[in-house]
Design a protein around this ligand. Structure first.
Ligand SMILES: *Cc1c(COP(=O)(O)O)cnc(C)c1O
Length: 379
């Protein structure tokens, strides 16, 4: 197997990704799906976006003009939405790459209008309204008649959609309903209500938990990767399967006498004769150092707990109870081995963060293999 060449690597399960696409499509038969693929498809690598494209998706959300350009270079056609807005100097890329900017300020509108006028083109855009996130977006009251006259019916800019973003869809249903109601009353208040617009507000958590909020389009990120936005607090309501697996090889196995200190800072001391396996992965590959003495990896199908601090490119785990571990063995850092499984959600909970951050962090691992029916090296 080619992956033996690497001390650590990421496996992308294309079959599971395909399954997730089908399951998510079925969950929203009457509204469309945008795959939010910022931060290199949540760490899965840009080639994973090509898989989504192959599975029929034609709408993609990114954080920046640079990410959008990467997708176009990789042959991704269809709609690419700039969810994070853009800087004035980047505006011309929007026209060149045929992107759909989500606009949150008059400055962005002015830059787009100037550009479109010079090129004698019409630029489509979506309007973002801040219904309670306190981040990007116009405040509802800023979209007044004057705004509408100038931008709602502009010869160079074409309004194609209206969106808002939830602050706490995974944790606060009452606040999410409050934001949703704000959004609906905002839409009702607009001087026009064009049925061809795309109205959208759902991220994964809202998409899964509140089907009544689907509207015309949903912006789904983490659910595509089979990871729960709730961490371990709630299992996914649909049959979504994890796409990312992380593997690393055992570099050495050694037996330490009782009273031995393990790793930088001596945060673990053996109380008995202890067999330690040194695994060739560390915080440089995105495993937070705060997971030291907390996380577990799978070795020969069994859970091996972290002992001592995680270092830059290595971590030490205890394998006293595990038979036959030897140099060269492959440990599963994220994924399943027999009955045991280490999930992104588990790691996120141990690190007191959201699963999104764990995925992005592990995205530092660039040795990626895509598994379809057979395994092959990622391009
Ligand atoms: C990242 C993002 C999403 C997707 O969020 P998930 O929780 O990953 O589904 C949706 N909308 C916007 C504006 C985003 O930035």
């Amino acid at each position: 197997m080619e992956n033996i060449l690497f001390p650590f690597w990421m496996e992308i399960d294309a079959q599971n990704l395909h399954n997730n696409v089908e399951v998510l499509k079925r969950w929203s038969p009457s509204s469309s799906l945008m795959a939010v693929v910022k931060s290199e498809a949540y760490g899965h690598g840009w080639e994973a976006v090509n898989l989504l494209y192959d599975y029929g998706l034609r709408k993609f959300g990114v954080a920046s003009v640079e990410e959008a350009h990467e997708l176009r270079k990789r042959g991704i056609k269809g709609d690419i939405y700039l969810l994070g807005g853009f800087f004035t100097e980047e505006a011309k890329m929007i026209l060149e790459d045929g992107l759909t900017p989500v606009v949150s300020s008059p400055k962005e509108l002015q830059a787009l209008e100037e550009l479109a006028r010079k090129a004698d083109k019409v630029i489509p855009f979506h309007l973002k309204v801040d219904t309670g996130m306190g981040r990007m977006g116009f405040l509802p009251q800023e979209i007044n008649e004057e705004w509408w006259k100038k931008w709602g019916n502009n010869c160079y800019l074409s309004l194609r959609g209206v969106m808002t973003h939830f602050a706490s869809a995974e944790s606060d249903p009452a606040y999410t309903h409050f934001q949703f109601d704000n959004f609906l009353s905002f839409l009702r208040r607009l001087p026009e209500n064009n049925p061809s617009w795309e109205r959208h507000c759902c991220n994964s958590a809202a998409f899964l938990a509140f089907p009544e909020m689907h509207l015309d389009l949903s912006r789904v990120g983490i659910a595509f990767w089979g990871v729960s936005p709730w961490g371990r607090k709630a299992t996914l309501p649909l049959d979504l399967k994890p796409v990312m697996r992380i593997k690393a090889r055992v570099k050495q196995v050694k037996t330490l006498p009782p009273g031995s200190s393990v790793g930088y800072g001596g945060t673990f001391t053996t109380s008995r004769e202890t067999k330690i396996a040194i695994i060739s992965i560390g915080y440089s590959q995105g495993l937070f150092r705060s997971l030291s003495n907390r996380m577990e990896v799978l070795v020969r199908g069994k859970r091996a707990p972290s002992r001592g601090n995680i270092s830059m490119d290595q971590m030490t785990v205890e394998v006293t109870e595990i038979e036959g571990v030897e140099k060269g063995d492959i440990a599963t850092v994220v994924g399943k081995e027999g009955k045991e499984e280490v999930t992104i959600e588990e790691i996120a909970d141990l690190a007191h963060t959201v699963p999104h951050e764990v995925l992005c962090s592990l995205g530092k691992i660039k040795n990626r293999m895509i598994y379809e029916n057979h395994c092959s090296l990622a391009k």
